[in-house]
Design a protein around this ligand. Structure first.
Ligand SMILES: *Cc1c(COP(=O)(O)O)cnc(C)c1O
Length: 471
């Protein structure tokens, strides 16, 4: 006990430590409170170790100051940071879904650091509406009568149901009661919106007559179709197509709502992506179509509502519209993303999500070869080779499609694949890779050429870690 007290007495006082030249220097660029905080944490940590973990000797002053400096540097690092997605999953929800196109990034920057006409009509010199900026271009691209953008597709669903069917029944097929990751479940969103879910059909089969029989002129508010974005029902199945539902809606004088989820604008069937397109949805007669901004559209997070003006106008005036409204940066990015769609070929080239999905294995091979060469020259101790792989669209879109991809396989002798995968995540710019058959695979589809040096740095760091451990 006495001994412990003696050791504790050796711990320097915080006030003393703060007079250290190095820390004084730090305080010129870092708030004093941050440095003091770090010093307190370090001292507290030492005290604890002496008391509980039998630390026999207090680290010397120099070591303590160094540890404080490391802490301060750590505290100054942002939590949200860039990383390299080497998983080959294009729309990876955990990794931020869609990368924005250049035009969108430029637009965001330009409205972020200056004032803008967000709600101002420059021509008239009067108040304007934030909806106008995106509505025009979305109408032009989709041919819809009206459009609006909210925070995400979950918000769009809620707003739409609340504005169109509050206190009424909305008929949905049992085969379409989807859950989209996290806590988005159609039955729950429906309940929160104030509309009542009326389920019809069975999990595998729903017929037009099922909707008709469930219809009650007094209580039914709308028919709703939900795209089963993240699963497919196969085998003995039947679903009511949007076209059939639109015909039914007309017959029964009910609006038809279509939650598409993925929001594919350009036809990608040529590239093996068999998702329905937004244009088809309108053509097939949906009254309101909802989709995400950051899935196959390739824009910022957002929920896009398009369709008949009478319904969209109702939503714009709804109190939830204020709660779900998007900020200027989202509007800027969304407008710029839609601009790319004025020419579908431009869109395919310039929107990263579309470019990545449509890249052929030949193009990917060439890119993978370049990365392999760089890795080989910068980290010669690693064994690097090219492998075929299969990639995914992700983000709960096109769940059954396997995109033919190419990966750079990396092996470090004496290091398991799992360990190497972990080490790659420790880099300044972490690299998120996958492990298959005892190899770390860096799928080239989701890696940009300007990220190659980051990958090489991460691998070099991993190799040096591994060597240190091996000694
Ligand atoms: C993804 C998806 C949603 C949720 O969209 P968020 O933009 O992520 O809120 C809703 N419905 C369907 C059918 C989806 O695929």
């Amino acid at each position: 006990m006495d001994n412990k007290q003696n050791i504790l007495r050796e711990i320097p006082k915080i006030d003393e430590l703060l007079m250290d030249e190095q820390l004084i220097f730090f305080m010129e660029t870092t708030p004093r409170a941050v440095v003091v905080d770090a010093a307190r944490e370090v001292i507290e940590g030492i005290r604890k170790e002496v008391l509980t973990e039998h630390m026999e000797e207090v680290p010397d002053r120099e070591e303590i100051v160094e540890e404080i400096c490391r802490r301060v540097t750590g505290k100054k690092k942002k939590n949200l940071k860039r990383l390299v997605n080497a998983t080959g999953v294009v729309l990876h929800t955990n990794l931020g879904r869609a990368r924005l196109c250049k035009g969108a990034v430029e637009s965001v920057l330009s409205v972020a650091d200056s004032y803008s006409n967000l709600e101002y009509d420059v021509k008239k010199g009067t108040r304007g509406s934030r909806h106008d900026h995106v509505e025009q271009i979305i109408r032009q691209i989709t041919g819809a009568e009206a459009a609006m953008v909210v925070n995400n597709n979950a918000a769009a669903t809620m707003l739409c149901l609340s504005a169109m069917a509050y206190g009424k029944e909305v008929i949905v097929s049992r085969g379409e009661l989807v859950e989209i990751g996290g806590s988005f479940r159609i039955p729950e969103i429906m309940e929160q919106s104030g509309a009542h879910l009326k389920e019809v059909g069975t999990t595998n089969k729903t017929k037009p007559s099922d909707y008709e029989q469930a219809w009650n002129p007094e209580t039914t508010g709308a028919l709703m179709k939900v795209h089963t974005s993240n699963y497919r029902i196969v085998g003995f199945t039947q679903e009511v197509t949007l076209k059939e539902m639109a015909a039914l809606g007309k017959k029964l004088s009910l609006p038809v709502i279509y939650d598409m989820g993925s929001g594919l604008m350009a036809d990608l069937s040529r590239y093996g992506v068999d998702e329905p397109t937004v244009l088809d949805a309108l053509k097939d007669g949906a009254d309101v179509v909802l989709f995400s901004g950051d899935k196959l559209l390739g824009g910022p997070q957002g929920g896009i509502l398009i369709g008949k003006k009478e319904y969209i106008d109702k939503m714009k005036k709804h109190p939830l519209a204020r709660a779900f409204r998007v900020d200027k940066m989202t509007i800027a990015a969304m407008e710029a993303t839609f601009f790319e769609y004025l020419d579908m070929e431009d869109a395919r080239r310039n929107i990263p999500v579309l470019r990545m999905i449509t890249e052929s294995r030949e193009e990917l091979s060439e890119k993978a070869g370049k990365l392999a060469e760089l890795l080989h020259s910068m980290v010669p101790q690693a064994q690097v080779s090219l492998e075929d792989c299969y990639d995914q669209v992700g983000g709960g879109s096109a769940p059954t499609i396997r995109l033919k991809g190419k990966a750079v396989s990396v092996v470090l002798s004496g290091v398991t694949a799992e360990k190497l995968e972990r080490l790659l995540r420790r880099a300044e710019v972490p690299v998120i890779a996958r492990v298959a058959h005892d190899q770390v695979l860096l799928s080239i589809r989701t890696i940009d050429e300007n990220e190659f040096t980051c990958v090489a740095q991460a691998l070099a760091l991993a190799a040096s870690h591994a060597e240190k451990k091996g000694e």
